[in-house]
Design a protein around this ligand. Sequence first.
Ligand code: CP
Length: 341
Amino acid sequence: MNSAVTPARRQLHPPPVPASPFPYHPGSLLSASDLTLDGLSHILARATALESADPLLRDRILAKRRVALLFYESSTRTRTSFELAAKGLGADTTLVSSLSSSIEKGESLKDTGLTLRALGAEAIILRHNSSGAAWLLEAETRLPVLNAGDGMHEHPTQALLDLRTILAHLRPGTETLTPETLAGVTITIVGDITHSRVARSNMLLLPRLGARVLLCGPRELLPDVAAMVGPGITIERDFNEALHQSQAVMMLRIQAERLAGLQLDLEQYKANYQLTGPRLAAHAPTALVMHPGPIIRGLEVTSGVADGLQSVILEQVKNGVAIRMAVVERALTASEQGGRA
Ligand code: CP
């Protein structure tokens, strides 16, 4: 009799899943899910404080500390804003890019990271074309690693700067976050969801604050798979219907570099998913228009909308510097303050 009961009991009480050891370093930011709501609130508050601080005092905070930027993929916004952020706090920065370094000769990510550590880097900001690269680099170097985008996986600082932008417009003055902070807010993410690390980090972050996230796009770029949805996240294929419900809309670029031969009918795509002035006016005349960049004008969004009154795209870029000052400061001071935020 016992032998018949035991397996059922095992099913009811599966062995506990071992806790992830990541991040190893309390200053690392690998995923948008690394941060507690208190940790997120602290970063938002520090972003505001550092943005308004006297630059001559601010640049003593990390004076002469060493930060390495390790970029295997091209970047304008993320790379420049991380560099300005670190320099704005007084840190020395060095850039290693895959096109002008020994990476071209075949040096591995591990050896590149260990080399940067031996040269005195105290934190590494990594953009890489492989999902999971930031986790590997952190495990090998045990330095604080800031994930500046890993393949199709995550881009946590983009989600943080997006959140700062959304809060400034929809919840002004809010810096202490709760599970209800964005209750009643619907945010639609539109386009190439499959390949978007920006979408994934926002999907991990926004529902924790009570926001409803709608994913919108054609099946080629947004398959009907359960992994795409979760608490607070649903798929809405009809763009006009999604817009109608939204207080903010995040437009995404089609990531041609990751399509791997997938052919899309771009005219059909534009007809269904391009954000045009008439579509915005008809279905979401007050929604925030967001885009992580780079924008492909005339494809996912028209120039008129990108430059229009509802666009907060350049605010997102500006918020990148403040948010990245806060996360670079956290990277280099977390262990001194003792503990993970
Ligand atoms: N949003 C973003 O990651 O832009 P870059 O690729 O220019 O850094």
